[in-house]
Design a protein around this ligand. Structure first.
Ligand code: DHE
Length: 537
């Protein structure tokens, strides 16, 4: 059983207690839970379930699991689903070792109770958590070492709540930081000097890489549950906004928080609660999924999961903030740029659809189906010998990679059309490539078959579907998850997601294992500075 950690500290902990179990015990048709049990169940729910099913259990990446729906299933059936998972992509938390039998039983009972409503969080509370350890005036004016920051890697140690910085050249571990509960992603500042991180507990951290040993220079907590963070990148006729601002996308409370980019001081909160793009129904839990900084304008492109709206948030004038709402598709999740960095390609995963937004003309382009629950991560772009420039996604709901045209200027006949598909090792999370490589790497992290989840499959761009892809079992413990190239595209870093986890580093040409970094607690996502600053994938 993996280490259990409560979701967050202060705010959520208070919520855990106040919405305790005794109130529910009075209802005859629902199970009785003690306050302690109820708190434990809520922690487990927010740790493992809320990301997909929503804080209020209204569904998104996973289906709606309201009390009314759950009461139609017996406790035994719910235990089976929670422990063993489903064909549709729900992990079997018992099989993965994340929940034991007793916890599975508890979660089944919790499903028969109504979902409690978590608290709100405003600017005043955020400011209390804001810490500047080193003000900008005291930070070094020049780089204090001879290493190449552009080949640094930021690595998430998920369950440890830590982030590690590695030198990609020497593989030396430069620093380890405790940065928040179940920390989720790293992003890079536009200048490449800083890494930003965001935890599921809504804590944002700023790491200065100019120091010989990278140092946390500021932090703030702006939500109770979050997944995304981005910086201002625009430099052009309208001004230089590089690194001036940052933005955090919250799952709960559903809001955007704009921060000073160099001190993380929270400046502005924008609620994302609104109406679905199609039927105009009100959504109280309108969570923020992917956020990227536009390359054309001083604005962030923000995907609001439940409403299916993509917001363009203009950061050039916070006093007179303007936003454009683009209607796309519901259940937006992750995504990235096409090779030209004009079109943002976002998965609406519960609609089996990829959505295309034009960030130059600032409008919706199209949407098309790719397979069961597309999950591209940031996606992969390359030149196909027959179809020209293409992009691709893997899928949560099936072991498939789907390749579609993404060059509407030169080859409009293929643009946004599915051109090729191929089987991967199993239901997966990520794929990755690099312009210098002929390979596309895919995982099968959530495949039911253990061997598949411990394997890697590589496809060849110049012979996709012709030459068989190469798959191999890369580990006999944990699961294989997420890929990142080094700066020049010659190596690929791959995580073995386990409490006794590892980083496997492969030669991209020979597919031979070159290095193995051991002793990492649950390594998952990883980001190379050069590739992240330049959106290379
Ligand atoms: Fe993620 C990206 C949400 C579970 C690793 N994940 C994203 C993004 C979102 C998201 C919205 C896009 C961020 C952006 O671009 O700004 N992730 C969620 C969830 O809601 C979900 C499904 C469930 C949850 O409870 O959180 C979830 N994610 C996971 C994991 O369990 C993963 C595999 C391991 C971990 O460390 O949490 C995981 N998510 C990642 C990674 C990325 C990501 C590595 C960025 C991919 C990249 O290449 O940049």
């Amino acid at each position: 059983m993996k280490k259990f950690m409560s979701l967050v500290s202060a705010g959520f902990a208070a919520f855990m207690l106040t919405a305790g179990g005794t109130a529910f015990a009075a209802k005859a048709q629902v199970p009785e839970l003690t306050e302690k049990e109820f708190k434990e169940a809520k922690n487990l729910y927010y740790d493992r379930c809320a990301g997909c099913h929503g804080a209020m259990r209204k569904g998104a990446t996973g289906p709606k699991i309201s009390q009314k729906k759950m009461l139609k299933k017996s406790l035994a059936k719910l235990e089976d689903i929670i422990f063993n998972g489903t064909e549709g992509g729900m992990p079997g938390w018992g099989k993965t070792g994340d929940m034991n039998k007793a916890e599975t039983k508890l979660m089944a009972k919790y499903m028969h109770l109504p979902a409690p409503i978590p608290p709100e969080m405003g600017l005043k509370q955020m400011r209390k958590t804001h810490k500047v350890y080193v003000p900008t005036s005291k930070r070094p004016g020049t780089v204090q070492h001879k290493r190449d920051i552009m080949n640094y890697f930021g690595v998430i140690l998920r369950d440890a709540g830590q982030g590690v910085i590695f030198d990609g050249d020497t593989k030396e571990k430069l620093a380890t930081f405790t940065i928040g509960h179940a920390t989720h992603i790293f992003r890079a500042s536009a200048t490449g000097r800083y890494f930003y991180t965001i935890g599921r507990d809504g804590k944002a951290v700023l790491i200065d890489l100019y120091y010989d040993k990278p140092k946390i220079v500021a932090e703030v907590r702006v939500c109770l549950d979050a997944r995304s963070i981005e910086v201002s990148k625009y430099k052009g006729a309208l001004g230089n906004f590089q690194d001036q601002l940052a933005i955090v996308g919250c799952y709960w409370p559903p809001q955007l928080v704009i921060l000073d980019g160099l001190s993380l001081e929270p400046l502005k909160v924008i609620s994302t609660r609104s109406y679905t793009y199609d039927t105009n129904e009100f959504v109280n839990e309108a969570r923020v999924a992917t956020i990227v900084a536009s390359h054309y304008n001083p604005e962030w492109v923000v995907a609001i999961k439940e409403t299916g709206l993509v917001w363009l948030v203009d950061y050039s004038d916070l006093q007179n903030l303007s936003m454009t709402q683009i209607a796309t598709e519901r259940f937006l999740h992750d995504g990235g740029w096409d090779a030209s960095k004009r079109y943002l390609l976002i998965a609406a995963n519960m609609r089996d659809t990829m959505v295309v937004v034009d960030t130059k003309d600032r409008k919706f382009v199209t949407k098309f189906e790719t397979g069961i629950k597309p999950h591209p991560g940031r996606g992969a772009n390359w030149d196909d010998p027959k179809y020209g420039r293409v992009s691709a996604t893997t899928h949560l709901g099936e072991g498939k990679i789907t390749v579609y045209g993404s060059d509407p200027m030169v080859r409009p006949q293929y643009a946004w059309k599915v051109l090729r598909t191929a089987k991967t090792g199993g239901n997966g999370l990520f794929l990755k490539t690099h312009p210098a490589s002929n390979n596309v790497w895919t995982d099968a992290t959530i495949a039911k078959d253990k061997d598949a989840s411990q394997s890697i499959c590589v496809f060849y761009k110049d012979a996709f579907g012709k030459k068989p892809n190469k798959c191999w079992k890369a580990t006999n413990h944990g699961k294989i998850v997420h890929f990142e190239y080094n700066k020049d595209g010659s190596e690929v870093w791959v995580s073995v997601w386990d409490t006794k986890g590892e980083m496997l580093i492969y030669d991209d040409k020979t597919l031979k294992l070159k290095h193995r970094i051991t002793g990492l607690d649950t390594p998952t996502g990883k980001w190379n500075m050069y590739n992240t600053v330049n959106d290379v994938f």
